[in-house]
Design a protein around this ligand. Sequence first.
Ligand SMILES: [Zn+2]
Length: 329
Amino acid sequence: MVWTEALPWHAEAWDQLRRREEQGRLPHALLITGLPGLGKRSLARRLALTLLCERRGAEFRPCLQCRSCHLLVQGAHPDLFVVEPEERGKQIGIDQVRALGERLSLRSQYGRRLGLISPAEAMTVAAANALLKTLEEPPLGALLVLTSARPMLLPATIRSRCQQLALVAPAPPQAREWLRQLGRPEAEQTLGLAQGAPLQALQLLEAGALERWRALLATLEQLRSGRIGVVAAAMQWREAGRELIPLLQAVCLDLARLVAGAEARYDESGQLRKLAAGLDAYELHVYLEQLLEQRRHLEHALNESLVLESAFGGWLALVQKSRTAEARA
Ligand SMILES: [Zn+2]
């Protein structure tokens, strides 16, 4: 997959950008938000490609033929400055942002200059302050594009100076169709875990999430039917450690949907439906709250196996309480 192609779930956002550009209302700073895996950076790069293209025409699409398009695809366009953490997971420092400000204020060869900061929440406080100066006095013809999956981590002063563009996850049929066309239909199974974000689903698939998801459903079923106990289940999952809790939350959210009478979004073999059968809605809700609470304290948890045992113990209690509730009814 290449970022120069339009992603189908960007159509509405793209249309907004096209209209703003046509009406001369494209702001000097844009903040693209949305879940991880919706292609925020792809959209930003495609916007840069389109705005800098020399033969764009009325269609608001890059030609991919002109000199500007070639330079941009090679990552060598003199009018696009990309600011990212130097290493994955690292912060964006003040020097990087200052250099961006300086380069944006230079006169452009072609008219427009674009700066891309991604992910924006990776900026240090000092870097964000430096950016604020550029946002307050934007250089003529400059467009800053910030992307962030967690915009609330950005200073309010930055957010308020950017026009926000929120990307939303595609409807499941559109996501499934896109994954099929990509030749990765099996990623459909990780879409639920990825909260519907297709690129995240692909990444999770590559990271083995699907196997873990299936294995967890199997463990929960074994616990429910009494084939294994809580301690054995925790042993099975000791490698996963604290990673188990978010996975368990995702499963339980899907179960809650089923219990409430909605369709599970992605239930390949009816395994989820089987687990949901007979679960008490109220008790499931209580369990979800417990998991949320556990997740909050995960970082301070000293004993991982206790965390796992308590999580699986909660599941077993949920199953038993659901049975009691059913018997009473
Ligand atoms: Zn072009």
